[in-house]
Write a protein that binds this ligand. Structure first.
Ligand SMILES: Cc1cc2nc3c(=O)[nH]c(=O)nc-3n(C[C@H](O)[C@H](O)[C@H](O)COP(=O)(O)O)c2cc1C
Length: 363
């Protein structure tokens, strides 16, 4: 292994992190404190404890876990219960549950609460057929008449705050985010994260920021705007102008792990993160992951995925990708990655921001 356990970042990288982190301002969403209004969005198979820890190190004001099945929790499925683990080093994180049944969700929420998150979040945005088919995820947006009871039952079961993450509606003809937020407010939900697409849109088109801004300005609860905030310039622009009380970033930090920090760069400021910085970040992720991975093979699969995302925007990514996927050993893979990042001639990343990127997900 090329990483030392608990090794700190180099002083050069840490000083850039500290400088930009010091510019963040805390935000209160309902009764929940975050270190900045830029939060990591929940992402299945990605938003695990190691990645959440890494993103907090790199400036995320708070994080939300991947979606976790309430039924898996209630059946005590080992893999599901494992997903509930909160690392003692995590500061501001929520566990996200999905399910369609108030009783099952309430029981699972109680179990999830005992793992020590700051809040419990309900997934009401997942567009995936397997989830929607059971009445969970974005399907919950279809029949608002049952939502009050659904929220109320779960809220009663736990002592920590309850939050929800929704899409703007099921389809173009049934955009009902405002109605859902009003129901949530009545039942004591703390804040609402809104992915600015309908379920029918899946990941096509663009997030509807006009509607997100309207919700930020007029909704009776604090709103987290989410969707397509993939570049530092777009995040900076939104931070200046948005009426939302916070913003959530999902896919962007996968390709640019420094997005939460670059959002705080001043205009024309000459600070940038080098390819070597990216490699350090990968080492840190491997380091954090070692405490959680069940096997070397599972760790390798996850590391490969992150390496390829993080390499985006540098030269020779195609050849790097082929090599990474052919290499069966983690140490060797990290050696290849070290060579790749340390030999980049162009020290600045060039991301094609308009490229469609990961056009499926659970919210
Ligand atoms: C791979 C992937 C997995 C996702 N998993 C979840 C999830 O578990 N729960 C959830 O609420 N949203 C999930 N989402 C949706 C994101 O949280 C976010 O709403 C969406 O990606 C739009 O934000 P972005 O453009 O910043 O990525 C997922 C998205 C992706 C791409």
């Amino acid at each position: 292994m090329t990483t030392k356990h608990n090794a700190p970042f180099s002083s050069e990288l840490q000083s850039k992190i500290d400088l930009l982190k010091a510019r963040r301002r805390p935000v209160q969403m309902g009764s929940i404190h975050f270190d900045s209004p830029l939060l990591l969005a929940p992402m299945s198979s990605i938003g695990t404890a190691p990645f959440r820890l890494l993103m907090e190190d790199l400036g995320a004001g708070g994080t939300v876990s991947e979606l976790i099945s309430c039924h898996g929790i209630n059946y005590k499925n080992i893999r599901t219960v494992d997903m509930l683990k909160v690392d003692p080093r995590e500061k501001n994180m929520g566990l996200q549950l999905f399910g369609e049944n108030a009783k099952a969700m309430s029981e699972a929420a109680k179990v999830a609460e005992s793992f020590g998150p700051k809040f419990i979040d309900i997934n009401m945005g997942c567009p995936v057929k397997k989830v929607v088919g059971t009445g969970a995820g974005s399907s919950l947006l279809k029949d608002t008449s049952t939502l009050g009871n659904f929220f109320g039952e779960i809220k009663k079961a736990i002592r920590i705050p309850l939050t929800i993450k929704i899409r703007i509606g099921w389809d173009q003809d049934s955009i009902n985010a405002m109605e859902v937020i009003h129901i949530a407010k009545e039942e004591g939900v703390e804040f609402v994260a809104v992915h600015g697409r309908t379920r029918s849109q899946q990941y096509t088109g663009h997030a509807n920021w006009e509607l997100l801004e309207h919700l930020g300005a007029k909704a009776p609860l604090d709103i987290i705007g989410n969707g397509d905030l993939h570049t530092a310039s777009f995040v900076r622009e939104k931070m200046k102008t948005t009426k939302c009380q916070a913003l959530m970033l999902g896919r962007g930090p996968l390709r640019n792990p420094f997005l939460f920090l670059e959002a705080y760069l001043h205009e024309n400021e000459e600070i940038f993160f080098t390819p070597e910085d990216h490699f350090e970040v990968m080492q840190k992720l491997v380091d954090y992951s070692r405490d959680y991975a069940h096997s070397d093979h599972i760790l390798l699969i996850s590391v490969r995925k992150h390496l390829i995302w993080m390499a985006a925007g540098y030269n020779n990514v195609g050849a790097f990708r082929d090599l990474v996927f052919k290499t069966p050993d983690l140490n060797e893979t990290m050696k290849i990655a070290e060579d790749f990042f340390s030999t980049q001639k162009d020290k600045r990343k060039r991301l094609q921001d308009h490229d469609a990127f990961m056009t499926s997900g659970h919210g």
